[in-house]
Each structure stands twice: as structure tokens, then as C-alpha cells.
Design a protein around this ligand. Structure first.
Ligand code: 4NP
Length: 151
């Protein structure tokens, strides 16, 4: 069973920490024993808490992201995690480029779990400033992912 899941975006301060917080809350509510983490392909924000406006938008929906700290994804993550979930095609290409030989993790796009939305990526709210739109999509995709995991 897939039980170690890593979410990956560019900076690890907006989309992937939100996905981590949302999926963790949903998994806890259903008593599903998942290991959930997040990381960025870039290193600019390593060690930082999630972006303030993203934290506030998440907090308003009951997700506390304040304890999370950004880190950069590593080739070792492909050995540890069962599933690595990218927020957009650029994240996916960056992940493919560092995938080590023998890495077991499956790679997926988060929007693959939200086909009803027609979205093909989670737009980066650091640039769009649409933090609630990103959270809407993250919540739908997290539900879809959990639905697949519990099948
Ligand atoms: P994220 O958003 O990938 O959703 O965490 C970003 C945050 C910061 C930067 C890029 C993306 N940045 O270039 O600083």
C-alpha cells in the first residue's frame, strides 16, 4: 500500500506545504496511517516556514501550516517515498531529472487526482496571488488522492 507520500513544488512555501497540511488533516480525520512530507525543487527558501499569505489562507480553513519548514527534494527521496506528487509540469520535469536508478517512488501530477476540475497544474499562488483558488484545488485533489489510496 502507498503510505509514504511526498508533495513537491518549486519553493516549498506555498503549494506543497498546503498539500501536506490538507492531506494530513484529512488522513487524521479518517485515521489513515500515512507518512506525508513536502519539499521544493529549488533551495531559495530552505528552513523557512510557509509563506505568510498562504499560511493565513490555510488557517482560515482550519489548516495550521506554521510548524512546517521548507527543504529541497533529494534523490534519496525516491528511495524513501512510495509516491511523489508534483504540482506542475515543471516540477515534474525537475523531478525526472534527479530520479536515481532504482528509485521506487511513483511520480504523479496532483491534478491527476482532480479530473473533474479540468486543471492540469496547481497554479503557483506566489505569482498569481490566488491563495484560495490554490487551496480549492488542493482540497479537491487531496480528496481524490485519498479516495484512490483507500480503494
Ligand atoms: P511554491 O511557490 O512553489 O508553491 O512554494 C513559490 C514560492 C516562492 C518562489 C517560487 C515559487 N520563489 O521563487 O521564491
Amino acid at each position: 500500500m502507498t503510505h509514504r507520500i511526498l508533495f513537491v513544488c518549486l519553493g516549498n512555501i506555498c503549494r506543497s506545504p498546503s498539500a501536506e497540511g490538507v492531506l494530513r488533516a484529512m488522513a487524521e480525520a479518517r485515521a489513515l496511517p500515512l507518512e506525508i512530507d513536502s519539499a521544493g525543487t529549488g533551495d531559495w527558501h530552505v528552513g523557512e516556514a510557509p509563506y505568510g499569505p498562504m499560511q493565513r489562507a490555510a488557517k482560515a480553513r482550519g489548516y495550521d501550516l506554521s510548524g512546517l519548514r521548507a527543504r529541497q527534494v533529494t534523490p534519496e527521496d525516491f528511495h524513501h517515498f512510495d509516491l511523489i506528487v508534483a504540482m506542475d509540469g515543471s516540477n515534474m520535469a525537475n523531478l525526472e531529472a534527479i530520479r536515481p536508478a532504482g528509485g521506487k517512488a511513483r511520480l504523479a501530477l496532483f491534478t491527476d487526482y482532480a479530473p473533474q476540475t479540468g486543471a492540469t497544474e496547481v497554479p503557483d499562488p506566489y505569482f498569481t496571488r490566488d491563495f484560495d483558488g490554490a487551496l480549492d484545488l488542493v482540497e479537491i485533489a487531496a480528496e481524490g488522492l485519498l479516495g484512490q489510496l483507500s480503494r
